[in-house]
Design a protein around this ligand. Structure first.
Ligand SMILES: [Zn+2]
Length: 252
């Protein structure tokens, strides 16, 4: 991409999917992955096991919606209102592509990510929601059912509902089963988490540990499951601290 850098486009909020694709083509595809959230280790096709049937062929003269949903008979149930969690409807009007989704039968691991894009420090909620929508569109562009993560946390410490919890996520290749994915918006190779984001992340993890009976040694980071820089050095260090004896997660 000539002229303005990807980061400049990102910070201006004007980066769209065409830009990602153009930039990716120019960079031999490498930047596509960098611009998608932390998904460099995940599949580039569908986000679940290969035994799934392919969706029915599209009739070019038929509107794309409503789509058939061979596996799951209905939209996710009305979202459970979670205290302190911003509903998905606040940041996107699009639901998951249910014909690509797979149910998640219980949760026994929680995985922490960063989005790995440009550093992100604003406390502006609109910008955080735009970034979430960008990630969602990029993940859908890979043929995935939805944004890969179940929750996101912004630098102000807001928590956003993302992929419905009853659906398996797409955030750590080959480790998505029973795995709740939480992404902290930003790049923690290149910045440090804000105190607000860290407090929100740790509090949210503890609440989910209690809700689902997840043990402290099952709260992990992306790089602990697969080779990845995610969630970045500074956030990784804070996660290690939180699991040390006396840490927030260790004592949850
Ligand atoms: Zn990750």
């Amino acid at each position: 991409m000539r002229g303005r850098s990807m980061d400049e486009h990102m910070s201006s909020g004007k980066l769209d999917r065409r830009m990602i694709i153009r930039a990716g083509a120019a960079a031999g595809g490498a930047y596509v992955l960098a611009a998608l959230g932390c998904a460099s280790g995940t599949r580039t096709t569908r986000d679940f096991r290969d035994r799934e049937p392919l969706p029915p062929p599209r009739d070019p003269y038929r509107p794309s919606a409503p789509r058939q949903r061979p596996r799951l008979s209905a939209e996710p149930a009305a979202p459970i209102v979670e205290p302190g969690v911003i509903a998905r409807a606040a940041w996107t009007r699009q639901g998951p592509a249910m014909h690509l989704a797979e149910r998640m039968h219980g949760i026994n691991v929680i995985t922490v990510h960063h989005d790995g894009m440009s550093p992100f420090q604003t406390t502006n909620q609109s910008e955080a929601m735009e970034r979430l929508e960008l990630i969602r569109q990029a993940h859908r562009g890979l043929g995935w059912a939805d944004i890969g993560y179940h929750y996101a946390i912004d630098p102000a410490g807001r928590v956003y509902a993302c992929r419905p919890l009853e659906l398996q996520g797409a955030h750590v290749r080959d480790h998505n089963h029973h795995n709740l994915g939480v992404v902290v918006l930003g790049n923690y190779e290149r910045q440090t988490p804000t105190p607000e984001a860290l407090r929100a992340l740790q509090g949210f993890i503890v609440s989910r540990m209690h809700a689902f009976g997840v043990r402290p040694n099952r709260v992990v980071t992306h790089q602990e499951l697969r080779p990845s820089a995610c969630p970045g050095r500074s956030l990784q260090a804070r996660m290690v601290e939180a699991r040390h004896s006396g840490g927030v997660i260790a004592t949850a």
